[in-house]
Design a protein around this ligand. Structure first.
Ligand code: TRP
Length: 363
């Protein structure tokens, strides 16, 4: 009965509010990291790149190392939202797991798992869908944007409902933290709404079934691709984690700069040059203004060689580990099997609670 849904918009968390809240959460994490479970994930649509690395991957490893219980989802069913066929899925899943392990996600501490192996997670989608109206689904700005850029011949039902599936990703393990980028904030609102409505409709007031998850925005700066547009798998402007040193050098050599010889760090007016400076600074752990100043009048060619050396230096150990792991497919499969087993046990327990709360246990 959709009509009975409480669809009054929740106090919409704008980006500045989410950033303030994230800073407060960071403080609490540093105090008691063991109190937190975080869930995040990626669609297995291709190899991860440096934009992903400095945007979110690095942050996951940091949280894991602080002692946060990390759940890392390979969102293999979500791949089907924006394309008709999930191309070379097995290979892409393996690539994603390799990237995770290479950057330092530790499968003894973190749980790496896939949608398709967790039946109880997927089953949560059905009761959750009953808590959201079609009008709400069609208002989601991230979904609207994806529909515009979609590679599907028609908008599928999954496209409209995947934010609710994503709510199941987050709620099945009762994750309190979701480290994400700003584009995911509307999805997080859906997860919060589902949690609240489920608790209200089925939960005892004293004991809500689901905590309301919160976004953890990182202060990560945006890296541009080699053509000056946002770094993205589909634009062909990305440097992947797995790229060789030579490929990296070639890509950076071809990167767009501007006509001014003197190198400065000025993201608003000189986005391409500044993004290269930033990339070097991130790899070197230095201030971008300083990096730019040192290069100064020596121009774009010197900038590019500084960036290339910085990237290749920083990623050499990650790439070496990745290459080594590539040789041991059984290890990758074992990581996924273990992660899936752990995630499935958590999902079964939550589904049990959900069914009990809905009076749906008949035997
Ligand atoms: N939608 C995310 C993306 O495209 C991937 C994702 C799936 C995710 N499920 C999630 C992220 C749950 C955070 C939480 O990048």
């Amino acid at each position: 009965m959709i009509a009975s849904l409480d669809t009054t918009p929740s106090d919409d968390l704008g980006v500045p509010a989410a950033q303030r809240r994230s800073a407060e959460l960071e403080r609490q994490i540093r105090e008691r990291p063991g109190r937190f479970r975080a869930l995040t994930g990626d669609r297995p649509t291709g190899r991860l790149h440096l934009g992903h690395y400095f945007g979110t991957l690095h942050n996951r490893v940091r949280l894991q190392n602080l002692g946060v219980d990390m759940m890392v989802l390979v969102a293999d069913y979500q791949v089907l939202t924006d394309r008709d066929v999930a191309d070379r899925l097995a290979e892409r899943v393996e690539d994603l797991v390799l990237d995770y392990l290479a950057i330092g996600i530790d499968p003894r501490r973190a749980t790496i798992f896939t949608h398709s192996a967790i039946p109880a997670l997927n089953q949560l989608l059905l009761p959750f869908l009953s808590l959201v109206s079609v009008a709400e689904l069609s208002r989601n700005p991230t979904v609207k944007d994806e529909i515009t850029h979609s590679r599907q011949s028609a908008v599928s039902g999954l496209m409209f409902t995947y934010p609710v599936h994503q709510a199941a990703d987050i709620l099945f393990c009762k994750a309190g933290l979701v480290p994400v980028g700003q584009d995911q904030l509307p999805h997080l609102e859906v997860a919060r709404t589902v949690a609240r409505r489920f608790n209200k409709r089925y939960g005892a007031a004293s004991e809500p079934v689901f905590p309301e998850p919160e976004a953890l925005l990182s202060a990560a700066p945006l890296l541009l691709g080699t053509d000056g547009a946002k770094m993205s798998k589909s634009r062909g402007n990305a440097i992947t984690l797995a790229a060789t040193a030579d490929e990296t050098a070639r890509l950076i050599r071809g990167a767009k700069t501007d006509a001014e010889r003197h190198i400065t760090y000025d993201p608003a007016d000189r986005p391409e040059v500044s993004s290269l400076v930033l990339l070097a600074a991130l790899c070197l752990g230095r201030d971008p203004h300083e990096v730019a100043e040192e290069i100064g009048g020596r121009g774009a060619a010197v900038l590019k060689s500084v960036v290339t050396d910085a990237v290749n230096g920083y990623f050499a150990p990650i790439r070496a580990r990745r290459a080594e792991l590539t040789r041991d497919r059984t290890h990758i499969r074992r990581v996924l099997r273990d992660g899936n087993e752990r995630a499935a046990a958590v999902a079964d327990a939550t589904l049990g609670e959900v069914r009990a709360a809905m009076n749906g246990v008949y035997y």
